[in-house]
Design a protein around this ligand. Structure first.
Ligand code: HPA
Length: 277
């Protein structure tokens, strides 16, 4: 089976359960999964029921698609994502994003937990992702190009669509939620960075660092989806933070700010959905 046939096979598995056609695909990061409770649920599909679908091994990541609506915007939520550090191939990491694109989603909305590299950032801040740096991460599009989806050499000059960024900025202002802006750098993990690596990220122009997102954004951009994303800065990055980093800290902060984060993402999606009509 070619990778494209595998993707089509996954789509057929989903289609056996639901014919829902989403406008927006939403990926929830660590500690942010509860956002799926806000949606008017139409259907759910467990990843286990999709043949060949990569299932996350990380604690706190549920494994299912939730289909439903925010206002009248049709959304598929990915509750739990897979990471490169779990040992999956690059193709498997891109598969869920591509699958949601093939389901019909025109927009990919990414969320993640990230370390704050910009010294103005504090734990609990939200950062609108304006661009990313993926060059230190193995490029996920290496390998035979899926010509069915997009070109061999995809343009990445505006991965995070300006128009979507503006909707998120306007939504944050309307909801009175402070919003930082910056560049997200993806490293592989699973180790958190050393202080020297954090200085490297800063020197290269990164404002936040994490272990996901850029590869999914690149895959979505490759297949012509519009992309936007918000990082939840769960901690100051190593060397900036006075204390050692832990997954627990990431979760604690994500949980603490979850209600505001949920509001920001939900309202942004409703605003984005209006623009799609
Ligand atoms: N580094 C990398 N990934 C992360 C961090 C961090 O400091 N915080 C949350 N995810």
């Amino acid at each position: 089976m070619t990778p494209y046939e595998k993707l089509q096979n996954c789509l057929a598995c989903v289609r056996k359960k639901t014919d829902f056609v989403p406008d927006v695909a939403l990926i929830l990061g660590s500690g942010l999964g509860a956002l799926a409770d806000e949606i008017e649920t139409v259907a759910t599909v467990d990843y286990h029921d999709i043949e060949g679908f990569p299932v996350s091994t990380v604690v706190g990541h549920k494994g299912r698609f939730v289909f439903g609506t925010f206002g009248d915007v049709k959304v598929v939520i990915m509750q739990g994502r897979v990471h490169f550090y779990e040992g999956y191939s690059r193709e498997d990491i891109l598969l869920p994003t591509r699958l949601m694109g093939l389901m019909g989603a025109k927009v990919l909305f990414l969320t993640n937990a990230a370390g704050g590299v910009n010294k103005d950032f504090r734990a609990g801040d939200f950062m609108l992702i304006t661009d990313h740096i993926m060059s230190l991460f193995p490029n996920p599009l290496i390998g035979r190009n899926m010509d069915e989806l997009g070109p061999r050499f995809p343009d990445m000059s505006q991965v995070y669509t300006k128009e979507l960024q503006e909707k998120i900025i306007a939504t944050a202002a309307k909801c009175n939620i402070p919003l930082q802006k910056g560049v997200y750098m993806q490293l592989t993990g699973p180790t958190f960075e050393t202080p020297a690596e954090v200085r490297m990220v800063a020197a290269l122009g990164g404002d936040a660092v994490g272990m996901s997102t850029a590869c999914e954004a690149a895959a979505a951009c490759h297949m012509g989806m519009k992309v936007c994303g918000i990082s939840c800065i769960t901690n100051q990055a190593a060397g900036i933070s006075p204390t050692p980093l832990s997954h627990e800290e990431v979760f604690e902060t994500a949980n603490r700010v979850a209600p505001l984060f949920r509001q920001l993402v939900k309202e942004s999606i409703i605003a984005i959905g209006e623009g799609l009509k």
